[in-house]
Design a binder for this molecule. Sequence first.
Ligand SMILES: C[S@@+](CC[C@H](N)C(=O)[O-])C[C@H]1O[C@@H](n2cnc3c(N)ncnc32)[C@H](O)[C@@H]1O
Length: 228
Amino acid sequence: MTDRLRTFVRSIYTEILLRTRLGNYCLPRWRYNFTAPQLIFLCSCLDKTKEVPGSVVEVGCAIGSTTVFLNKYMDAENIEKDFFCLDTFVGFLDEHIEYEARERGKSPEFYRTSIFQLNKKEWFDETMKLNEIKRVQSIQVDASEFDFSKLGPISMCLLDVDLYVPTKKSLCVIYEVLHKDGILIVDDCDPDCQLWDGAWQAYREFMDQLNQPIHIVLDKLGIIKRSG
Ligand SMILES: C[S@@+](CC[C@H](N)C(=O)[O-])C[C@H]1O[C@@H](n2cnc3c(N)ncnc32)[C@H](O)[C@@H]1O
């Protein structure tokens, strides 16, 4: 097919899709769960921990949008480290949803029908391949039961599993393997967001346990450093 024909076919195809609900899928949209400044902040954490021994870990990676962004940044800045991505790849687990309903007064339906329930490890792996990202290793697991010491020291971790139980349980274990100069970032530490405030409660309790002050950056990123 010549370039002109390809462009013509593509424009017809886009025009047709735009007349249907599928139109949303053929134009670029913001697909991140973070704002641009929040993504820039995460990149600055990669910079700060570049020389810190250990791997980068994203706990709760969903379909991989942030994973791709951070890895493209690592490529551009020659940051070469292992990058582990953990997720159930089937969304929130029943026992964790039940806890939100029973102990935290949340609607279980909200979490059971979230977009994160529709995912597969294979789709995530394919996304990495499509983006020519080779350093990422995906692990299908319940983070609250995972032995993070298997990943060796961690230089930077983004913990983004939203609900109280998996955040609370994995925080303690990740902290133990976080390098002394590493950075742990907990997403959704936003007091004003009632739907996703499980992570915020877990973060508050953990900082209290550590006897460290709350440190929130850009509205919702809870920061934890070993040195306080
Ligand atoms: C907000 S999304 C993560 C978004 C991702 N970090 C990004 O920026 O695109 C939350 C993810 O946590 C995962 N998750 C929830 N509970 C989990 C658990 N117990 N163990 C592992 N992953 C979990 C969900 O499957 C979902 O994909």
